[in-house]
Design a protein around this ligand. Structure first.
Ligand SMILES: *Cc1c(COP(=O)(O)O)cnc(C)c1O
Length: 370
């Protein structure tokens, strides 16, 4: 991706004046390689496309009145989300946003006083330490256990105002155990955020814990299973008081009129479409894991729509795949794992090409072999 002149450049400043905080300057611009590839398995979006009801609403809404502001806090969308989640979730327990990125950023700002600790699973979603820093909080990585689970004791010992867990976790794909999630919620003094961006692909989610845990906030997104990443729709569910605090920090008008209409259609008309693609993703995920094992790799067992594949040289393997028109997400020196590639699950013909390219790489003497 082309970098604009002053994104990460700490050497440039206005003469005689510091324009940003020192801790802010330490944050780098989030800019992974997003170059177009023939087969893009890099971002865990829905590779089967966009749900039909949502697609229809995007076309309709585009010709409707967009000279006016959308609803302040997306009330109709909250109702559709509450109905989708069921289990006693009501609209006042939901805050929406411009992607769950926006909701997570707003939650950290609302719930964590500047200078306090955001304890986050490591490795996990790369945006969290960035959101902590830009909001004046201190990110504290908590190394996952050797079973890819959250180390509840270490989270509790950090005494964070915000504990961030992600289940299934990105980039490992592993689900966290219910026991350790519950222990973190009970044991930390502040709010625990459980990021369930990939819950639709997993056997289990933590929504039922909301009934007994007022200090739990669960974030979700419509970017992954629902195929609407380009529209930027995310949300979080929690106690009405916690949600109200996050909504205030989020501010008005964060879900565009077109996005809200498409999301409501997806949640009311397209659930069968989504569930069918989720079932295919789960089936293809297991097939991908088996094929990679046969090819000489040891992928991490996944409950999401992607698979993490440890390799000896992620940069080299990524380059070799790119040369064949295939994009994955490379990680160099991932904590507790080492170099690895994160491969999104999609239709089998896409995965097949990726598997054969990786299998060729693993052959003795090839660059980036496993
Ligand atoms: C993709 C992803 C998100 C962000 O989703 P948006 O709603 O598109 O902002 C949040 N958390 C995790 C773990 C993700 O992988």
């Amino acid at each position: 991706m082309a970098r604009r002149g002053w994104g990460n450049d700490m050497t440039r400043s206005i003469p005689g004046a510091r324009i940003t905080r020192a801790e802010y300057d330490e944050v780098s611009l989030y800019a992974p390689n997003r170059a177009v590839a023939r087969i893009d398995l890099s971002d865990n979006t829905n590779l089967w496309g966009m749900p039909p009801g949502a697609a229809r609403e995007v076309h309709r809404a585009a010709s409707a009145s967009i000279t006016r502001y959308p609803p302040l806090y997306a009330d109709e969308l909250k109702q559709a989300i509450a109905a989708y989640l069921g289990g006693g979730v009501t609209p006042d327990m939901i805050v929406t946003g411009c992607g769950s990125d926006d909701v997570l950023d707003s939650a950290i700002r609302a719930l964590g006083p500047p200078g306090t600790i955001v304890a986050h699973l490591q490795p996990s979603f790369a945006m969290i330490p960035r959101f902590a820093r830009v909001n004046g909080l201190e990110p504290r990585p908590i190394m996952m256990t050797s079973e890819f689970d959250a180390d509840a004791d270490a989270f509790i010992a950090a005494r964070p105002r915000i504990a961030y867990l992600c289940s299934p976790n990105n980039p490992t794909g592993a689900p966290l155990s219910r026991t350790s999630i519950e222990r973190v919620i009970r044991g930390v003094p502040g709010v625990t955020i459980v990021d369930e961006a990939y819950a639709e692909f997993a056997a289990e989610n933590m929504l039922d814990l909301l009934a007994t845990s007022p200090r739990l906030l669960i974030s979700r997104t419509m970017s992954k299973a629902f195929g609407l990443a380009g529209l930027r729709i995310g949300y979080a569910v929690g106690d009405p008081a916690v949600v109200a605090a996050v909504e205030k920090s989020r501010g008005p008008y964060k879900v565009s009129a077109i996005a809200a209409r498409a999301a409501v259609a997806a949640l009311t008309e397209d659930l069968d479409w989504v569930r069918e693609r989720v079932a295919l993703a789960v089936e293809n995920r297991e097939r991908l894991v088996r094929a990679l094992r046969l090819g000489g790799y040891a992928p991490v067992a996944s409950a999401a729509n992607f698979v993490l594949v440890p390799v000896s040289d992620a940069t080299g393997a990524d380059r070799a795949l790119r040369d064949r028109g295939i994009a994955v997400r490379p990680f160099a020196g991932l904590a507790g794992i080492g170099d690895a590639l994160r491969v999104s699950v999609g239709p089998w013909d896409m995965l097949e090409e990726c598997v054969s390219a990786l299998t060729a790489l693993a052959a003795p003497g090839e660059a980036g072999s496993a």
